[in-house]
Design a protein around this ligand. Structure first.
Ligand code: ADP
Ligand code: MG
Ligand code: ZN
Length: 538
């Protein structure tokens, strides 16, 4: 790929030129709000206009907006780039750590690299090669088994690579793993939440780690310390008058992610909440009453739920130190198994553990705020992706909070198993009713429509769900209806796509990725050696 220097050298247009030519040649309909965002970006980081013609916005999340930019190379050809504009309030160390992940580990093994970085004042734009991709939600139902297998292989390859660098990505999900179906290209992006293992190769992740307790990430920063091998382009002066940010109302809010969430019918779980579980906070130390967000939710449910099977409450886990020894929460307070929260529990100190990421992809140890989290959390998320690939449903787990997410996990993996695993990593989970562990093959094949939906071994909620491709309305929830074989998806199509003969080893891999216990969960390196990928490796 051409370096940006060569691109920049051949590029002479000013910001005005850019806007002009955009209006001239670009008759594509860019919504007014996107246009305004692009103008704003040119204004806050003016040096961008010397290199790029920004033509569209391709992503918008909580921490960034991503734009499509074109640069002209010296030979006259154009090259596309993704320009990630980080929110100006991001902590400089956080930004620098994200960049360092890209520069040190990126650019190979299906991990996104970085071409350039621009900064003006507190505005940082990371420039990456553009990988054209389709939204996962749009293709998940149409993928063949072979495509799904290749997808997993390439995701695992990326994970193995970053894990070797001691990077825990922490936000593994399809929107962060770009897939170009046509060109068979894959790219893991978004190190915005990454953390380091104790022996990480990424120097700045060590800093991130030591700073994570530090609350304010909104400090005014003077300088962003860029990783040594990143070429930075900082303007000499910043005399331009303060640029007004477009009002929030005029801003776009159409991330692929949000769009994905709007496509409700494909999700396996709705917003229903069995309200039956409790990840528990630290019981070893007693004081300090500031409740966490989760505790808040727990508390609210606690007062508002009328008929609750067993209230979700915050009480104590065994800490890492006191771990599985003499584990019995009822000994430490007097509200255990009652529907009240006692004063001892109310005064428990909140456990500080990273909980970043997206609820539906969070591992059990993340959901229960286990302080000791490693690369295994990414493997769990990869398991959730495989679950989506096999079932054709995305998002598979759709949860607004951690309690709901944990309940949904228990619905699939079994409550007893979850409780047992949690105990191993020092957490007490309470579930009011026993949820049996499901057979993963039966679950996925039913959801995909390979088998009739009336399989007796599945709980009612899964039996009554039908594949959206049927185009028929699902029966009211809770009502199980035996469906005839005519309701299964077109058998020929499923056969052509290979979904009627998924080998057993695939479900073995899924089981090992969705291991509730992070200690025994399969690693990326081991997963790549799994029989599922035998012929790809050779
Ligand atoms: P955020 O931290 O806001 O989630 P990401 O780095 O995940 O930011 O980027 C958001 C979205 O922008 C991605 O889901 C993807 O659709 C798009 N995107 C990011 N990087 C690239 C890239 N290099 N090429 C193409 N699209 C990209
Ligand atoms: Mg992202
Ligand atoms: Zn109590």
């Amino acid at each position: 790929m051409a370096t940006v220097e060569s691109v920049a050298a051949s590029s002479t247009h000013s910001a005005e030129d850019v806007k002009h030519s955009e209006k001239e040649t670009n008759k594509r309909k860019i919504p007014r709000d996107v246009e305004m965002d692009i103008e704003y970006l040119y204004e806050v980081v003016p040096q961008l206009s010397r290199v790029f013609r920004i033509t569209d916005k391709i992503g918008e999340g909580t921490f960034s907006s991503v734009y499509l930019g074109e640069a002209q190379k010296s030979d006259g050809t154009r090259e596309k780039f993704a320009l990630k504009h980080l929110i100006p309030t991001s902590h400089p160390v956080r930004i620098a750590a994200e960049l360092q992940c890209l520069t040190v580990a990126g650019g190979k093994e299906n991990v996104m690299g970085v071409t350039y970085c621009f900064r003006k004042d507190h505005h940082v734009v990371i420039v990456m090669p553009y990988v054209e991709h389709q939204a996962f939600v749009d293709i998940v139902e149409t993928l063949s088994f072979e495509e799904a297998r290749q997808y997993m292989y390439h995701l695992l390859k990326a994970l193995k690579h970053i894990h070797e660098f001691g990077i825990i990505h922490r936000d593994i999900k399809p929107t962060n793993f770009l897939y170009n179906r046509r060109e068979k290209k894959y790219a893991l992006v978004d190190f915005g939440l990454a953390q380091g293992t104790p022996d990480t190769h990424i120097e700045l992740l060590k800093v991130v780690k030591s700073q994570k307790a530090q609350k304010d990430s909104h400090g005014k920063q003077a300088l962003v310390p860029l990783p040594p091998n990143t070429r930075s382009c900082t303007p000499h002066s910043s005399t331009k008058a303060a640029v007004k940010r477009p009002s929030p109302q005029s801003r776009t809010k159409h991330t692929k992610e949000l769009m994905g969430l709007c496509k409700t019918p494909r999700s396996v779980f709705g917003e229903r909440n069995l309200n039956s579980i409790t990840p528990q906070t630290d019981q070893t130390q007693g004081h300090g009453i500031k409740p966490t967000k989760t505790d808040d939710i727990i508390a609210r449910k606690f007062v508002s739920t009328k008929r609750r099977p067993l209230p979700a409450r915050a009480l104590g886990p065994t800490s890492q130190k006191t771990k599985p020894v003499a584990f019995n929460p009822s000994l430490t307070c007097n509200c255990y198994m009652t529907d009240r929260v006692c004063n001892i529990c109310l005064s428990r100190k909140q456990q500080v553990a990273p909980r970043a990421g997206t609820p539906g992809f969070r591992a059990p140890e993340v959901l229960t705020k286990c302080p000791d989290q490693g690369t295994a959390i990414d493997m769990w998320s990869a398991g959730v992706i495989l679950l989506s690939l096999l079932s054709g449903r995305y998002p598979f787990f759709k949860a607004n909070d951690d309690l709901m997410a944990l309940t949904q996990i228990m619905t699939i993996r079994g409550s007893r198993e979850t409780i047992q695993a949690a105990k191993k990593f020092g957490k007490a989970v309470v579930c009011s009713r026993e949820l049996p562990r499901l057979d993963l093959r039966i679950l996925c094949e039913t959801l995909r429509g390979v088998r009739p939906c009336g399989d007796d071994s599945l709980p009612l909620e899964f039996r009554s769900s039908r594949h959206p491709a049927d185009g028929k309305k699902a029966p009211p929830s809770g009502r199980a209806e035996k469906l005839s074989s005519a309701d299964t998806r077109d058998a020929t199509e499923l056969h052509v796509m290979g979904w009627d003969r998924v080998p057993d080893e695939v479900y073995d891999l899924l089981d090992k990725l969705l291991d509730l216990n992070p200690e025994t969960r399969i690693t990326a390196a081991a997963a790549l050696q799994h029989p599922v990928f035998k012929d790809i490796r050779d």
